[in-house]
Design a binder for this molecule. Structure first.
Ligand code: UDX
Ligand code: ADP
Length: 480
């Protein structure tokens, strides 16, 4: 029986390994992590991450050919294939701070693999890493190998949170990069055989190591760039009276452009987009390509601009002040169907409103209250100027209440801000909400989920990203 061990039981490692176990009953899959809390959760009824469809798969496979363990070294030593799926945050100190990936976790995982291994292994890069990381890891492994053969592969994960299981079941492609040597090719074929249990062969792309590593950064940069493009367009739509949804539909019907990923929003979030672009920027800068670096920087600048623009719009519309006004925040996760808040635009929007002394009442169906508080007060880093931003403290936290229901959040509120596109926000009874709000009642829709016409009929003043402004908003221009 082939044995797989995955180091890192996070958003990538957990779902990916669960699906491999489900699709490959002849393979024993063990997911290990240094966090006892995470592993305990994976072994309980309350999984540490929320992902539609995941729980059923874990329940079906756990204890059969899927195991979660804190015995990192033992399981790595036993495995034929070791996936490394540890976190790779952006460095906040030292050389490359604000842009380069922090490979501390990766390096310690690699040293541990070399230390404990007694048999040959295929080591697979699963977490997103800068180009040429495999080369660095290979050096660590071979210098410490005691004669054991390690083959390094890059097998970037393209799953998106919230749709992880369907993405894994039916991927557009699986990418495997390896060394172009006989041993390298053999390792690629071994990993290919794992995916071939359920992925059609023509969707398994094999390449060299660097191409695979760079493709992951490139794919995320292209996706993020689409969102910044449509968001930049949304600002122009508001200024000119065009409707960004109509523009996106019109351009998206061009098969060369395509219709996906053209939803204007308050900004993109998630653990990957900003981090991967910053990584790309850093690699371009280190390769003496400042023009290429500046091009990609602009994608994040537009994303920051979009969040600031939203806050300014809220404040400007409400007579230039939200001090002591109650603002309902609907949605905190970085997108719907996940409890993940990493780089969620809600963090910056809430911080912006708190600095303006707004009283926030936040509701999200999946994000725990303590996570919201942690996110709001954590030290934020200005990637462009390379400095830490002012951190918020207890005073600002007193302005935050977390509630368990969207209606509760809106009672007595002056304004409602929609920051995540949860389906349940589409079917809210806005008449009921309006009746219990202060007047004039405002809705600021950062995800274009509400029916603007209907809400205006009820009596709301409505701002929806990239949509024609009503007379009130036109009279109160917001400058980003
Ligand atoms: C992304 C990539 O899609 C995935 O391939 C990669 O493996 C990891 O990074 P993820 O961050 O989970 O996945 O979610 P994604 O659906 O890409 O959304 C990222 C952000 O963009 C979210 O905040 C989302 O709300 C926003 N978004 C997405 C928009 O604002 N508009 C869109 O049209 C699409
Ligand atoms: P991702 O979204 O990339 O999956 P996460 O932060 O959700 O990232 O998960 C990464 C996991 O890797 C964390 O649970 C962390 O505890 C784990 N981890 C980091 N370093 C090690 C290590 N050396 N050995 C085992 N697990 C590790």
């Amino acid at each position: 029986m082939v044995k797989i061990c995955c180091i890192g039981a996070g958003y990538v490692g957990g779902p990916t390994m669960a699906v491999i176990a489900l699709k490959c009953p002849d393979i024993k899959v063990t997911v290990v992590d240094i966090s006892t809390q995470r592993i305990t959760a994976w072994n309980s009824d309350q999984l540490p991450i929320y992902e539609p469809g995941l729980e059923e798969i874990v329940k079906q496979c756990r204890g059969n050919n899927l195991f979660f363990s804190t015995e990192v070294e033992k399981n790595v030593a036993d495995a034929d294939i070791v996936f490394v799926s540890v976190n790779t945050p952006t460095k906040t100190q030292g050389l490359g701070a604000g842009k380069a990936a922090d490979l501390t976790y990766w390096e310690s995982a690699a040293r541990m693999i070399a230390d404990v291994s007694k048999s040959a292994k295929i080591v697979v890069e699963k977490s997103t890493v800068p180009v040429k990381t495999a080369e660095a890891i290979e050096k660590i492994l071979t210098h410490n190998s005691k004669g054991i053969n390690f083959e390094i592969l890059s097998n970037p994960e393209f799953l998106a949170e919230g749709t992880a299981i369907s993405d894994l079941f039916n991927p557009d492609r699986v990418l495997i990069g390896g060394r172009e040597t006989p041993d390298g090719n053999k390792a690629v074929q071994t990993l290919k055989a794992v995916y071939a249990h359920w992925v059609p062969e023509d969707r398994i792309i094999c390449s060299n190591l660097w191409s695979a590593e760079l493709s992951k950064l490139a794919a995320n940069a292209f996706l993020a760039q689409r969102i910044s493009s449509v968001n930049a367009m949304s600002a122009l739509c508001e200024a000119t009276g065009a409707d960004v949804t109509q523009v996106a539909h019109a351009i998206g019907t061009d098969s060369r452009i395509g219709s996906k990923f053209l939803n204007a929003s308050v900004g993109f979030g998630g653990s990957c987009f900003q981090k991967d672009i910053l990584n790309l920027v850093y690699i371009c800068e280190c390769s003496a390509l400042p023009e290429a670096a500046n091009y990609w920087k602009q994608v994040i600048k537009v994303n920051d601009y979009q969040k600031t623009r939203f806050v300014n719009r809220v404040v400007a519309s409400m007579f230039n002040t939200v001090a002591n006004k109650k603002v309902a925040i609907l949605g905190f996760a970085f997108k719907k169907d996940t409890g993940d808040t990493r780089e969620a635009p809600a963090i910056d929007v809430c911080r912006g409103l708190l600095v303006e002394k707004g009283q926030l009442r936040i509701y999200d169906p999946q994000v725990p209250p303590e996570q919201m508080r942690k996110d709001i007060t954590m030290v934020r880093f200005d990637w462009d100027r390379n400095v830490a931003l002012r951190s918020l403290g207890d005073d600002e936290l007193k302005q935050v209440t977390v509630v368990h229901d969207a209606y509760e959040a809106t009672i007595d509120a002056h304004a409602v801000c929609i920051l995540t596109e949860w389906d349940e926000f589409k079917s809210l009874d806005f008449k009921k909400i309006y009746d219990k709000m202060q007047k004039p009642a405002f809705v600021f829709d950062g995800r274009n989920v509400v029916d603007v016409g209907k809400l205006r009929e009820i009596g709301f003043i409505v701002y929806s990203i990239g949509k024609p402004l009503d007379a009130w908003l036109k009279d109160m221009p917001a400058v980003a």
